[in-house]
Design a protein around this ligand. Structure first.
Ligand SMILES: [Zn+2]
Length: 120
């Protein structure tokens, strides 16, 4: 299941961004492109496994879907494609594989509290 290795690298990456005095992580947001080949449900499941025993345990994973966008030289425009994609310009009807967006698999943001935020 490749979602598990994705979840593990996201968790490792998120941990690098956490300050030393983090007290609780609420949520991690990832941007997942339509071409990233990630099943959201599986990633949620694997995230819970991957965060076990880390400062991110108990936090929730938010997935931001990024649609597939191609750029066509013929009409000079960007077009959003439906999945599964047919790599043709919907206007010019010519083959087009210039992907501008949709391969993302990025850590977008982390919501957390630090000890300083905690009430005295
Ligand atoms: Zn075109």
């Amino acid at each position: 299941m490749h979602e598990l290795s994705i979840a593990q690298s996201l968790v490792a990456l998120a941990q690098q961004h956490l300050p030393a005095d983090v007290s609780r992580v609420h949520a991690v947001t990832v941007r997942v492109g339509a071409l990233a080949g990630v099943v959201g449900e599986a990633l949620h499941f694997c995230y819970d496994l991957a965060t076990e025993g880390t400062p991110l345990a108990g936090s929730s994973l938010r997935i931001e879907d990024v649609p597939l966008v191609i750029h066509c030289d013929g009409c000079g425009q960007d077009h959003q494609l439906a999945m599964p994609p047919v790599f043709r310009c919907p206007v010019c009807d010519v083959p087009c594989g210039d992907v501008r967006q949709g391969r993302e698999l990025d850590l977008a943001s982390i919501e957390y509290d630090t000890d300083e935020d905690a009430p005295p």
